[in-house]
Write a protein that binds this ligand. Structure first.
Ligand code: MG
Length: 404
């Protein structure tokens, strides 16, 4: 089997509500997503999506992904799509780094591999651990009252794990947010306080050692060394995210005792292949992990969730889905601001996602077990070969580029 064509689409994904993090210094209203379809000479096609969370969250941006893919596509032409590791090495020789651009290609190769094997991706990635992954919410920075209202909305959709975005230069404001959320927390709920690298080490130690809560604090400072320094001066467990881009970064985090857990995101790491390496390393060293992507539609979410489902439950915390934050990712006829249309399941009905910041559209209620979406807080995956979801090409519109 040979790769015969690579087609690339660009799609803007407006958010239902503006989103703020890192104490409000980073704000987002729309995401720039790249979809990749890899066709083969034997008729199989694989899909991938790469969608950085804006261009200020990580060293990644949408237009960069597409131009990097334009550079990489000719090197992949005529190759066997089953040689996933070899093709990743080939891409690395052609263009070192830029994992966010390689991620949709790598995911599309995995989709083809799953279809060839007749197995869903979670089976190829290690096998399902349980039958669902718990859904985790993502709570934009705001006043304590605003954040509690968002947590309550997520709670009604079954989320029991929440990532509350805090951070800034005003310690009393962050302490007030944390204390207010902790006071409203229900038994069995977990809240991670995600600082998104906003604090200096001194500020981090001040806040983390003042609050009564004992729980996860995520990416308190900019660098790995700063976070490791903070970890030595507090009893609070730390989760790392933005400062981990390569395997070496994860090795350094482990050696420095910088964290007890990490976020595992294919788009940040370079695709499912690299994310699987990190996931397996995390299991070996005893980390706990949130496996999810940086953003995007159900295509990106589903790829990450296959990896999440195949992660042992003792190492797996909840997974966040981007879908509920998007105007567009709803069923046909819903008429989202970005053009409506939505995404469809491969050989399935229109797709709608049920929890979060908007109401579900019951007329498009999807079939159980098809697509990665939350069912009352349990994210279930399609039990069909490959990724199990493909975007509607009418919704995608004209391709950005076709390589053949
Ligand atoms: Mg984070």
């Amino acid at each position: 089997m040979r790769i015969s064509r690579i087609t690339v689409w660009q799609k803007s994904l407006p958010l239902v509500e503006p989103y703020r993090l890192s104490g409000g210094r980073l704000a987002f209203e729309s995401l720039d997503s790249t979809f990749v379809r890899i066709d083969t000479d034997e008729g199989l096609a694989g899909w991938g999506e790469g969608c950085p969370w804006g261009h200020s969250y990580l060293p990644a941006f949408g237009a960069g992904a597409r131009f990097a893919i334009a550079l990489l596509a000719p090197t992949l032409a005529g190759q066997d799509p089953g040689d996933i590791d070899r093709l990743n090495r080939l891409m690395d020789r052609t263009l070192p780094g830029h994992g966010y651009a390689k991620s949709p290609i790598d995911i599309a190769l995995w989709d083809i591999a799953g279809q060839r094997a007749g197995q869903p991706l979670h089976q190829l990635l290690g096998g399902a651990e349980g039958d669902a992954v718990p859904a985790s919410s993502s709570i934009s920075t705001g006043t304590p009252e605003e954040m509690i209202a968002l947590i309550e909305a997520a709670r009604t959709e079954g989320c029991r794990t929440h990532s509350a975005k805090i951070g800034g230069s005003d310690p009393p404001a962050d302490i007030a947010r944390i204390e207010a959320i902790e006071a409203e927390k229900l038994p069995g709920e977990h809240v991670t306080y995600d600082v998104n690298r906003a604090w200096t080490p001194a500020l981090a130690v001040e806040v983390m050692n003042t609050v009564g809560a004992h729980g996860w604090f995520e990416q308190p400072c900019e660098t790995l060394d700063q976070c490791a320094r903070v970890r030595k001066l507090t009893i609070q467990p730390i989760m790392l995210d933005e400062c981990l881009l390569t395997f070496q970064d994860h090795l350094d985090a482990w050696r420095n005792g910088a964290c007890e857990g990490v976020k595992v995101k294919p788009n940040r790491l370079g695709g499912l292949s690299r994310a699987r390496q990190i996931r397996d390393f995390g299991i070996a060293v005893g980390w706990r992990m949130h496996v999810e992507d940086t953003g995007g539609t159900v295509v990106a979410d589903t790829a990450a969730l296959h990896l999440a489902l195949s992660t042992p439950e003792e190492h797996r915390l909840g997974s966040w889905l981007c879908q509920p934050h998007l105007e567009d990712d709803r069923g046909p006829g819903a008429g989202g601001r970005g053009g409506g249309g939505g995404l469809r399941l491969r050989d399935g009905p229109g797709l709608v996602l049920g929890w979060g910041l908007r109401q579900p559209h019951l007329e498009d209620d999807p079939a159980p077990g098809a697509g990665a979406r939350s069912d009352g807080g349990d994210i279930r995956l399609p039990d069909v070969p490959g990724l199990g979801v493909a975007p509607d090409e009418e919704w995608l519109g004209e391709p950005w580029a076709v390589f053949e």
